[in-house]
Design a protein around this ligand. Structure first.
Ligand code: PEP
Ligand code: MG
Length: 590
């Protein structure tokens, strides 16, 4: 997260490389300029509610600005100071200011919706500043417009719809991109993206890898250094963004792009070869699916099944909820596409950084601690129609091929029992209506991604049919590191002994109970960890389709006996650095 002056106009910005690949193209700096502002009247008895909605957006905007201010301190001194002043000014404009008081008054007295109230107030303040004919005040008028646009964006929760209309080959530059914004990116038009905020295991990063879009997150200074139309190079492996690259720089990155493509073609040749270790142990490599359109990639990569279908994609970028029928069609498409290979579909896992617009009211977008709030299975059990629609769709899709049902964020046995009961009820109801469903009922498994669940794995194993270890959340909750926060990304360590012990404990509980266990966190797709995970007894890994080739290559070079011995030695260690060196030394040799 440094800025380097390279002479001439070329500048190099550093961030976190979260999705490998090189993108070269013109920048599009996504701002909030053209949000469509809804306009309607508020009935008298809804004024209080509208004021609360406004307060929620105000709060969200202030939080974002404070986060950006924290980030700005990573910039070189003069830039840090300048950006810091600007953000302070924006924060002041949202704190008991004319803008805030005026918008509140319009909601209360004129009974207009909050978005429109903000828009009217910005226009009035802007006009009065302009009338004074002073350049300084004119600039403040522009600041008010920018701050107001942030407020409106937080009120409407508008995704960056503009991203769909950019010219081919564009690189998106933004303050922050949600997973839903990212899902709207068409890789045929967009070459890559970079943002000021976001960590390497955030869902935005996972979405970028799913779309195979080169991406760099956590880049301080991005918005002050780049304007729309600037030439930009993104290296999503190294984590660099180069603005106005010199000709030699472009040539160097073009060559790198060719090398990566060549490597990709070589890995694709592994598709037909089995994932078997040198000493003959077969390993199952499956695909994680973020979006239905990844099905082709999963097949092309030779995935032996879908180990994790994140159903959130069905809930993104829309105002209503998908019903059973729509979900059935989507799941059946995946099941048929996989032609007899297992498909593990996870019930909705929204909350934390994965807010689905139609559910924000239910979840309460301003939960004091969203990562620990009403999310995932907790939400499904509270909103039974939501769960029943999903279970019904999964049961029906199971007629066309092997479906398994996976529950996210399970922390107790009671949750599994409740879902099993719901599953039986939904099955009975469908059968009564003469609808065909999978029989016997699909296997019901749980994600092991909360430390308490890993420690109670023996109890959970007695009630579930399989485990899927989710290391993304397991690391987050064990080490208290927000997986989406670039400021603590350097502390996010899957090799921490606490994390490894929890994985080991869960795997052993599954093996003792003779139930299947897979690992589907991002660790599964990183060949650096393959020997350790196999050494701990895992034989089933699920990852982004694009990662399967490299992991298969690693599996085929490994000897299980040696990997198991090394895993044992690693588990005797207490120090993360020693663990890392024992693993890296082993990887360098075998
Ligand atoms: C995980 O937490 O490791 C996981 C696979 O689930 P998600 O990334 O969707 O939270
Ligand atoms: Mg998770």
């Amino acid at each position: 997260m440094r800025t380097e002056q390279q002479g001439g106009d070329e500048r190099v910005l550093h961030g976190l490389g979260v999705s490998p690949g090189i993108a070269i193209g013109p920048a599009f700096v996504s701002d909030d300029g053209d949000i469509a502002v809804p306009e309607y009247r508020i009935p008298a008895d809804q004024v209080e509610r509208e004021l609360q909605r406004f307060a929620g957006a105000l709060n969200a905007s202030l939080k974002q600005l404070r986060k950006l201010k924290g980030k700005a301190s990573a910039l070189p001194d003069s830039a840090a100071e300048e950006v810091g002043y600007l953000l302070d000014a924006h924060i002041a404009m949202l704190t008991n200011s004319r803008l805030v008081r005026g918008a509140e008054r319009r909601i209360t007295e004129e009974r207009v919706n909050a978005e429109r109230a903000v828009q009217m107030e910005i226009a009035e303040i802007g006009d009065s500043f302009a009338a004074m004919g002073d350049a300084y005040l004119a600039a403040r008028g522009e600041d008010i417009r920018v701050v107001g646009a942030r407020l409106i964006r937080n009120l409407t929760k508008t995704p960056y719809a503009a991203l769909q209309h950019v010219a081919e080959g564009t690189i998106i530059i933004a303050e922050e991109l949600t997973p839903a914004d990212t899902a709207l990116m068409d890789p045929r038009r967009i070459a890559g993206f970079a943002a000021v905020l976001g960590g390497p295991e955030s869902h935005t990063a996972i979405m970028a890898r799913a779309l195979q879009l080169p991406a760099v997150l956590g880049v301080a200074g991005l918005l002050t250094e780049i304007k729309s139309g600037d030439a930009v190079v993104i290296d999503g492996g190294e984590g660099t963004v180069i603005v106005n690259p010199r000709r030699e720089t472009v040539a160097r990155y073009e060559a790198r792009q060719e090398t990566l493509e060549r490597e990709g073609r070589q890995l694709a040749r592994l598709k037909r070869l089995p994932a078997v270790t040198r000493d003959g142990v077969e390993i199952t490599l499956q695909a994680n699916l973020e979006l239905a359109r990844e099905l082709d990639q999963a097949m092309a990569a030779g995935a032996e099944g879908l180990g994790l279908v994140r159903t959130e994609f069905l809930y993104m970028n829309r105002e209503d909820l998908p019903g059973e029928e729509e979900q059935y069609e989507a799941y059946r498409g995946l099941v048929r596409g996989m032609a007899g290979r297992p498909v593990t579909i996870r019930t909705l896992d929204v909350g934390g950084d994965k807010l689905a617009a139609p559910l924000t009211e239910t979840i309460g977008g301003d939960s004091p601690n969203p990562a620990l709030g009403l999310r995932a299975i907790r939400l499904s059990l509270k909103e039974r129609p939501l769960l029943d629609a999903q279970l019904g769709a999964m049961l029906r899709a199971g007629v066309d091929g092997p479906v398994r049902i996976l529950l996210p964020m399970v922390s107790s046995v009671a949750e599994i029992r409740k879902v099993r009961e719901a599953l039986t009820q939904v099955a009975r109801r469908l059968k009564r209506r003469g609808v065909k469903i999978a029989e016997p009922l699909p296997a019901l498994g749980v994600m092991i991604e909360i430390p308490g669940a890993a420690l109670a794995a023996d109890a959970l194993a007695a009630e579930s049919d399989f485990f899927a270890i989710g290391t993304n959340d397991l690391v987050q909750y064990t080490l208290a590191i927000d997986r989406g926060d670039e400021q603590v990304a350097h502390l996010y360590n899957p090799l921490h002994p606490a994390v490894l012990r929890l994985i080991q404990f869960a795997v052993e509980a599954a093996l003792r109970a003779r139930i299947g266990v897979s690992l589907c966190g991002e660790m599964a797709g990183d060949p650096r960890f393959t020997a350790l995970l196999l050494g701990l007894g895992i034989r089933d890994l699920s990852m982004a389709p694009g990662k399967i080739g490299r992991v298969k290559q690693r599996v085929r070079a490994l000897d299980i006996v040696a990997a198991t011995r090394r895993a044992r030695a690693i588990m005797d260690q207490l120090d993360d650095a020693r663990i890392a060196s024992l693993l890296d030394d082993f990887n360098a040799l075998a």
